[in-house]
Each structure stands twice: as C-alpha cells, then as structure tokens.
Design a protein around this ligand. Structure first.
Ligand code: PEP
Length: 254
C-alpha cells in the first residue's frame, strides 16, 4: 500500500497471555512476520511477560510496547511501573489512555498528558488513545469529545514530541464488540483529529503524526480501513492474540 506515512500496527494483548503463552505467540509471529519491513509492527504484552518477550524480539523486526506507564519516575507508587523499568526491557512504545483505563481506572486527559510527557522524557513513544462512546456518537457529540480528549491528552507536548507521538482513534463502541467503524466514519474522525493537530501544532507536524484506527480490526476489514488517506495503521486487541489473524492483518496491509 502506498501511503504518505509508514503504517504502524500494534497488538494490545491486554490482560492476556502467561509468559509461556506469550512466547508461543512470539514464536509464530516471528516466523510469519520476519520479512516485513514496510510496516512498523509492535507487540504490547502484559508487564509480567515483558522481560521474556523483550528477549524474543531482539533478533526480529518486531518492536515492544507497554500497555501503561506511571507519570512518576520513582518512589512510593504501589503497583505502578516507571519509564526506567520499561527501558530495561527495550520497550519503545507505551499505550496511554486506552478507553478501558479511562473507564475502569478513571484516567483523565490531564493525567494522560502528564504520562505522555513522562514517556517522551524517557525517549519512548506514546500511543495515545481517544474515542467516543456509542451514546456520544448517537448524540452528535463525536467531534466535541474527540476535541476535548485530543486537546487535553496532548497538552504540553512540544512540536518535536508531537511528531513522535502516535494517536489511536478507537471508538469505544467498536472495541471488542465486533462492530467496526465504516471506512468513511474512520476517515472522517482521523481527518478531524489531523485538523486539530494543525491548529494545535502546525501543518508539518500534523502531516507527520501517525493516527491508528482501533476497534474490532480483523483480517477482513484491516486493508480497507488502512487504505484511507488519514488511517496510518491499527491498534488491534482481540485479533492480535492469534498468530494467524495478527499476521494476516499485517500482511494484508502491505
Ligand atoms: C483495543 O482494545 O485497543 C481494541 C481495538 O480491541 P479490539 O481489537 O478487540 O476491538
């Protein structure tokens, strides 16, 4: 696929995979994807599997991501993980503000922006998730919600940092539900987000930022979604847990 920006496809394993299961998945992915150069491929295992998966990605073109990170560098923050700890395992990307964390851990845009700054301070790249609920879409609030989340979560980033930030548009109603946004809905939301980035930063930065689509991406719909001009990859949940479906999504996008 001939795109303005290099596609980035990330698998968010969420709270799935023991170490043994993670290594099993990695074995299969390395066989299937080792020749893929056209797309940045990222796997985001749970923290408990990062150490072993980091060894597995060493001799591969796959990159490692984490699913969350503390905004603090060190100290008395029970249960939290700091940037320096992720860097020990050669983590390159960190998912921030996933809708499940916004919903269950009540993460706010202000917190996500602090985390994004901590991620950049550690020379890692954040994947910042935004997206509306079904009620918000049906109430005609999609753009308002996206504007609030984009402005709030990306507040305080420099132009240089923004250019190295990935945004994931993930309509909440499409996550884990089997419902996917139509290509037109995805393109419209992505173009809207890119337009906001022009206003917040500038045209050059906005053209560099990669915006992933997330929400029930599967081999059958991935190529069409990513063929849209402002869709620069995918954040994949369920379909990233199996070698076949994740590698078919990636190969289908080339
Ligand atoms: C996600 O959780 O980021 C996601 C997109 O999940 P799924 O692909 O399962 O809808």
């Amino acid at each position: 696929m001939n795109k303005e920006r290099k596609l980035i496809i990330a698998g968010n394993w969420k709270m799935n995979k023991t170490v043994a299961e993670a290594l099993d998945l990695m074995r299969g992915l390395k066989i299937e994807l080792n020749n893929v150069k056209e797309v940045d491929v990222v796997v985001c295992p749970p923290f408990t599997a990062l150490c072993e998966v980091s060894k597995a990605v060493l001799d591969s073109n796959l990159r490692l991501g984490a699913q969350n990170m503390s905004e603090h560098n060190v100290g008395a923050y029970t249960g939290e993980i700091a940037a320096v700890m992720l860097k020990e395992f050669s983590v390159r990307y960190v998912i921030l503000g996933h809708s499940e964390r916004r919903q269950y851990q009540k993460e706010s845009d202000a917190l996500i922006s602090k985390k994004a700054q901590a991620v950049h301070a550690a020379a890692l790249k954040p994947i910042i998730c935004v997206g509306e609920t079904l009620a918000e879409r049906e109430g005609g609030q999609t753009q308002k919600v996206l504007e609030t989340q984009v402005r709030g979560s990306l507040a305080g980033l420099s132009k240089e940092q923004m250019a190295e930030t990935i945004v994931a548009y993930e309509p909440v109603w499409a996550i884990g539900t089997g419902k996917t946004a139509t290509t037109a809905q995805a393109q419209e939301a992505h173009a809207f987000i890119r337009g906001l980035l022009v206003k917040m930063f500038d045209e050059t930065v906005a053209r560099r930022v990669r915006i992933q689509y997330g929400g029930s991406v599967k081999p059958a719909n991935a190529r069409e979604l990513m063929s849209q001009p402002d869709v620069d990859g995918a954040l994949v949940g369920g379909a990233s847990l199996e070698v076949r479906s994740f590698s078919d999504i990636i190969k289908g996008s080339i």
